[in-house]
Design a protein around this ligand. Sequence first.
Ligand SMILES: *[C@@H]1O[C@H](CO)[C@@H](O)[C@H](O)[C@H]1NC(C)=O
Ligand SMILES: *[C@@H]1O[C@H](CO)[C@@H](O)[C@H](O)[C@H]1NC(C)=O
Ligand SMILES: *[C@@H]1O[C@H](CO)[C@@H](O)[C@H](O)[C@H]1NC(C)=O
Ligand SMILES: *[C@@H]1O[C@H](CO)[C@@H](O)[C@H](O)[C@H]1NC(C)=O
Ligand SMILES: *[C@@H]1O[C@H](CO)[C@@H](O)[C@H](O)[C@H]1NC(C)=O
Ligand SMILES: *[C@@H]1O[C@H](CO)[C@@H](O)[C@H](O)[C@H]1NC(C)=O
Ligand SMILES: *[C@@H]1O[C@H](CO)[C@@H](O)[C@H](O)[C@H]1NC(C)=O
Length: 470
Amino acid sequence: MSYPLLHTLFCFLLLLPFSTVAQTNGTVDVGASITAGDNSSTPWLSASQDFAFGFKKLQDNNLFLLSIWYYKIPDRTIVWYANEGVPVSAGSKVGITAGKGLVLSDPQGRELWSSTPIRNLVAHGFMNDTGNFELVDGGSVNVWESFKDPTDTLLPTQIMESRGVLFSRQSEKNFSRGRFQLRLLGDGNLVLNTRDLDTNFAYDAYYWSDTYDGVNVTNRGYQVIFNETGYIFVLKRSNQRVVLGPTTVLPSGDNYYRATLDFDGVLTLYYHPKTENANPKTWTALWFEPDNICVGIIASQGRGACGFNSICTIDDYKRPNCSCPERFSLLDPNDKYGDCKSSFTPSCEEDDHKSSNGDLYDLSVLIDTDWPLSDSAQLKPYSEEMCRNACLQDCFCAVAILRVLANFRVVPPTSVLVPTKTVPYRAVPDQNGACDVLCRSVLVPCPPGPFDTSRQEADAGDFLPFYSLF
Ligand SMILES: *[C@@H]1O[C@H](CO)[C@@H](O)[C@H](O)[C@H]1NC(C)=O
Ligand SMILES: *[C@@H]1O[C@H](CO)[C@@H](O)[C@H](O)[C@H]1NC(C)=O
Ligand SMILES: *[C@@H]1O[C@H](CO)[C@@H](O)[C@H](O)[C@H]1NC(C)=O
Ligand SMILES: *[C@@H]1O[C@H](CO)[C@@H](O)[C@H](O)[C@H]1NC(C)=O
Ligand SMILES: *[C@@H]1O[C@H](CO)[C@@H](O)[C@H](O)[C@H]1NC(C)=O
Ligand SMILES: *[C@@H]1O[C@H](CO)[C@@H](O)[C@H](O)[C@H]1NC(C)=O
Ligand SMILES: *[C@@H]1O[C@H](CO)[C@@H](O)[C@H](O)[C@H]1NC(C)=O
């Protein structure tokens, strides 16, 4: 075989995967439809084939998510989803109608979701190379677009208007709405907060852009713009830009960008090289907020980054790592970000039958761990021994925290403390320590979960504001 022929054959083989997909200019006609689980039913691609719209199979079960994803890269990352992230079974269908736009129906033909409200009759759909799925009327005006109905991700050229919201997912593979939100508030501030899953009540923010102005409307943020170069900024009515991040970006022509409110509550700007032979072949974080979500969520209500009674440690990738203290275990073994339950029930009645509380309970020690904003008593000056006894003699004491207040500096532990038994306890041994006895009520769990502060010690600059809260 001569070299040119071999070369031609090689090129042909390379092109083969693409030639099996119909050429497209991104336009989808009214009346077109896709059926979940039907191999002959292909997704609607953008002209560049960077993005696809259709049903994406989830894991091994026979469930499909109506979504938009990156079509060319191996992990085919999902950037938008319909139906509040609830997947549908095989045989479900999505189609475009003139009156309702996109309509998702189950195998029996019952409507599950539609792209309402739309402002005019739809002439056609269009999968834009930006990742925006658009419904266009006869006058070429967009009557609906996925960019204006975002889920957990923003893409370059996407704009979030005042009062816009992103919801995190429940978990990496469960796309139902989770408990973290990114919101552009009416006062101009872009905030990250947790929320109550049943009532949607928003708890205190754990990140804010500082672009609000209670009085001067001109000075308020009103749009969050993710521009095509990869910068995210809040635009004020005065036209001033407050760039959130990052300070430098890579060439946008060579990389995909996405900003996702991850299921663990961290807002992350990622990039991924477009070409196959570039490295790395995965999404890399370029910027994220907050810097340490374990310490970032200090709220008097709601959970922290981890569940109730769960200890949050920030890992090497600045992600929360949740773990239950000794003698505690996960309430839901499949949800490591969930609550921890104790394997014992502290009871005052039980104590009444004993002459000494010390017989029933002991304290286990967690170094560099705190449990903020739930103090039921503050006792100082107290030695470690006094702090320990105060907790052991109080049948309502769930946690006692020993903290060194001098100069707001934590003195590194000098000795290992106490064998483990029942009640978690934190101590930094120092004679000048103050003792807080926390969470006296055994009926109410302690919000938010305690967190590891050891990473903070490395950075004194970050450390001070946190401790000055006390
Ligand atoms: C896309 O192709 C369709 C035919 O498949 C054509 O009707 C339409 O005008 C084209 N749109 C653009 C923007 O080129
Ligand atoms: C569709 O394709 C997948 C893998 O290519 C295969 O496992 C499955 O059986 C096919 N389904 C149908 C209905 O042909
Ligand atoms: C695709 O998106 C770009 C950027 O927002 C926009 O300029 C363009 O008009 C869109 N294309 C169509 C055909 O709507
Ligand atoms: C996702 O999580 C929600 C809430 O926990 C649950 O109701 C739903 O069944 C889960 N969805 C899937 C597909 O597992
Ligand atoms: C309101 O804010 C704008 C932009 O920062 C500023 O130019 C203007 O002077 C402010 N107006 C008042 C009344 O403070
Ligand atoms: C995107 O925003 C950054 C920061 O304001 C700016 O430097 C850059 O020129 C913008 N890119 C485009 C294409 O407007
Ligand atoms: C998470 O924390 C647990 C318990 O402290 C530890 O064993 C584990 O190695 C940590 N995992 C990561 C990824 O940091």
